[in-house]
Structure formats: structure tokens, C-alpha cells
Design a protein around this ligand. Structure first.
Ligand SMILES: O=S(=O)(CCO)c1ccc(-c2ccc(C3CCCC3)c([C@@H]3C[C@@H]3c3ccccn3)c2)cc1
Length: 200
């Protein structure tokens, strides 16, 4: 996994944009996005999650979430309200190749859930998960198995922590939590899919 961060501050708060690139054998981009987008799986892999509610089902590929995350000392507890959209993208570079898949999470507002009215500080985020499946067909024309596929995952995020917290503390949280989060999530997808038919 390669991780790239740029140190940026908005109103004195660290909002460091992050890009992580991670290639995982044995899974497809559709499978990665399916398990990242699906609310029914999130408590399985998102261990910093305390509560998650689907506020709105806009369509089968677009949901509005309200999430409360566990407090990460010494920062106060956070919540986040965002729309999440999953879609397939045509492979412009290889029309015969597998499609790309993406999930975008973007902070939004909701009249019934104004920010910062309870114990939580509202964070604001933009997240893009872009997945490119690679197929290396078996030489002898044998059927395709999970040994012949891999997925290049590009995860980009900008998280505005909402309320002030020392930049040094936030950067330590970012540095510790993101690699754990991405490794845990991808290991979850490998485990969920290993005995299932490949979902392209
Ligand atoms: O990709 S997602 O959309 C997946 C859906 O859940 C998503 C990812 C990350 C967050 C998130 C929420 C709060 C916090 C912090 C901010 C100050 C104190 C808590 C963090 C910091 C960056 C660290 C972090 C990174 C990764 C995972 C958990 N923690 C991240 C929310 C959503």
C-alpha cells in the first residue's frame, strides 16, 4: 500500500488530503465497491463506527448516511452526514477490459439532523474509492479463478474535522487510522468473497 498526504490547514485545522493506492489479489472492483457501499456490511469492517443510520434511500445506488464515530482521544466525538453513490464506469483505456467501479461519499446537510447540536462535532468529508480490476487469463485456457484476478484500489479522502483539534493530534490519528482502515476493509472483502463466484 502506497499512501500520499499533503499537509493542509483550513481555519487552523488539519484537513490533509490523502491518496492511498493498494493492489489486492483475488477480488474485483465491483466486489470492493459492493462491500464498501452496502450499509449491511459496514459494522463488520468499520471498527471506528459507533452508530450508522441510512437517512434516505435516494435510489438503489445512492444513499444518505448519518454516522457517529467512536471518540479518538483527545479529540471529541465526531459524526458525519453524507450521500454515498456507487457506479460502474466504462474502461476508456481498454474497451474489452473489465469496467471500473467507484463509490463517492460526500458530506451533505439534512433538515432533521443539523450539525453540532448534541455531543458530536460534525466532520465534513469527500471520499472517492476507485477500483480497477485486472484479469490475467490462465495460459492453458482453463476456467478463470480468483488466482487470475486482482484489483487496484485508489482511495482519496479529505476530512475536515469540524471542530478545532491540534494538527499534530489529527495527523497522528490520520497516520495511524487510515492504513489500518484500508487493510482491514480489503481483508474483509477477500474473506467475504473467497468462496463465492467472481462478481465482475
Ligand atoms: O471512507 S468513509 O466514508 C467510510 C465510511 O465510514 C470514512 C472514512 C473516515 C471517516 C473518519 C471519521 C472521523 C475521523 C476523525 C476526525 C477527527 C477525529 C476522528 C476520521 C479520521 C481520519 C481518521 C480515520 C481514518 C480512517 C478511519 C477512521 N478514522 C475519519 C469517516 C468516513
Amino acid at each position: 500500500m502506497r499512501m500520499y498526504r499533503r499537509e493542509e490547514e483550513v481555519d487552523g485545522m488539519a484537513v490533509d488530503p490523502l491518496k492511498a493506492v493498494h493492489t489486492v489479489p483475488g477480488i474485483t472492483g465491483h466486489e470492493v465497491c459492493h462491500y464498501f457501499f452496502g450499509p449491511q456490511y459496514r459494522y463488520d469492517w468499520e471498527t471506528t463506527l459507533e452508530q450508522m443510520t441510512v437517512l434516505e434511500t435516494v435510489s438503489d445506488d445512492t444513499l444518505v448516511f448519518l454516522q457517529t464515530h467512536k471518540r479518538i482521544w483527545p479529540a471529541s466525538q465526531r459524526d458525519v452526514l453524507f450521500w454515498s453513490h456507487m457506479r460502474k464506469l466504462p474502461n476508456e483505456n481498454d474497451r474489452d477490459g473489465p469496467d471500473l467501479w467507484t463509490v463517492v461519499n460526500n458530506s451533505t446537510t439534512h433538515l432533521d439532523y443539523p450539525p453540532n447540536v448534541g455531543k458530536c462535532v460534525r466532520i465534513y468529508l469527500k471520499v472517492c474509492l476507485l477500483c480497477q480490476t485486472r484479469v490475467d487469463p490462465p495460459k492453458d485456457g482453463a476456467p478463470l479463478t480468483r488466482d487470475n484476478i486482482s484489483c487496484k484500489i485508489t482511495y482519496c479522502s479529505v476530512v475536515n474535522p469540524g471542530g478545532w483539534a491540534p494538527a499534530s493530534v489529527l495527523r497522528a490519528v490520520y497516520k495511524r487510522e487510515y492504513p489500518k482502515f484500508l487493510k482491514r476493509f480489503t481483508a474483509y472483502v477477500v474473506n467475504q468473497t473467497k468462496n463465492k463466484p467472481i462478481m465482475f
